[in-house]
Write a protein that binds this ligand. Structure first.
Ligand SMILES: [Zn+2]
Ligand SMILES: [Zn+2]
Length: 282
């Protein structure tokens, strides 16, 4: 059965509308689909509506950037089965959006100074229905031939990048993110554990396990084990860790746009549903 519990729309850094993502999933015979945009739930209503009466289970989700104590680097926590009308969730997301808006304006200033360019906020806003972030800036830079690909654009803003900008605001802690996911009736899932090392974060197995250990203390419910692009070794490790910490198992492609990230294909995970224990049968 095709199960995809991690997919993005153009409300964060994906390229398609929620309806387009749901329709593509239907075309590919995906039976369970979660929309999990970064720090925003604006796409959920449209996705739920599109899925109504169709042979697909649509799960309201989110992916929240979360800081931890065991590392300087943040991780991503996916929330599944959210009640999107929960006041504390809405309030948190408004605060995140406001911080992001300030950061985006600051970044635009830095970019225009560095490239001696004249990129406007409107050009940036065209790339997303939500608040523009790093990937959107990279997309605009690519449009203007200021970088050779999206990857090069994104690199400029990473910790070691030329245009890195550290927001003075305190980051959202994982403990708080998990608490609010629970308040919204959801399940908190650690996203793509093996992927962090591609960006030089949580590189060793010890660091990865320490991350899980810390999140378990805050009530983490599950972790993604089956991913679009995972080595046999990483898969074994994730299966082992999920079992050791009694975490429910999730899976997802982290779909954004198959042109930019071809390996993260929507619906690529075809698996025995019994293995995906995060799925609620009610
Ligand atoms: Zn992520
Ligand atoms: Zn994601």
């Amino acid at each position: 059965m095709k199960i995809d519990l991690h997919a993005h729309t153009f409300y964060s850094d994906g390229s398609f509308s929620p309806a387009e993502v749901v329709n593509l999933a239907l075309e590919r015979d995906v039976k369970y689909l979660a929309i999990t945009d970064h720090n925003i739930i604006s796409g959920i209503k449209e996705a739920v509506k599109t899925a109504e009466g169709k042979p697909i289970n649509l799960i309201a989700g989110i992916e929240i950037d979360s800081a931890v104590k065991c590392s300087k680097d943040p991780c991503h926590i996916v929330g599944l089965y959210l009640d999107i009308n929960t006041p504390s969730l809405k309030k948190l997301l408004e605060e995140i959006t406001e911080k992001k808006r300030i950061k985006s304006a600051k970044r635009l200033e830095l970019v225009n100074k560095y490239f001696n360019s004249n990129i406007t906020h409107e050009e940036l806003q065209e790339k997303t229905k939500g608040t523009p972030g790093t990937p959107h800036m990279a997309m605009v830079l690519l449009d203007k031939n200021l970088v050779k690909d999206i990857g090069e654009g994104i690199k400029l803003f990473t910790k070691r990048g030329t245009l890195h900008f550290e927001s003075p605001e305190k980051p959202l802690m994982a403990e708080e993110a998990i608490k609010i996911i629970h308040e919204a009736g959801g399940l908190a899932v650690l996203a793509h554990l093996p992927d962090y090392k591609k960006e030089n974060k949580f590189v060793s197995e010890t660091e990865q396990e320490n991350l899980v250990k810390e999140l378990v203390q805050y009530g983490l419910d599950g972790m993604e084990v089956y991913l679009a692009d995972i080595s046999e070794k990483d898969k074994k490790f994730c299966e082992k860790i999920a079992k050791k910490y009694k975490l429910k198992v999730s899976c997802g492609s982290d779909f954004h746009n198959e042109k930019f990230i071809p390996q993260n294909k929507l619906g690529i995970i075809d698996i025995d549903p019994k293995k995906i224990t995060i799925i609620r049968k009610d």
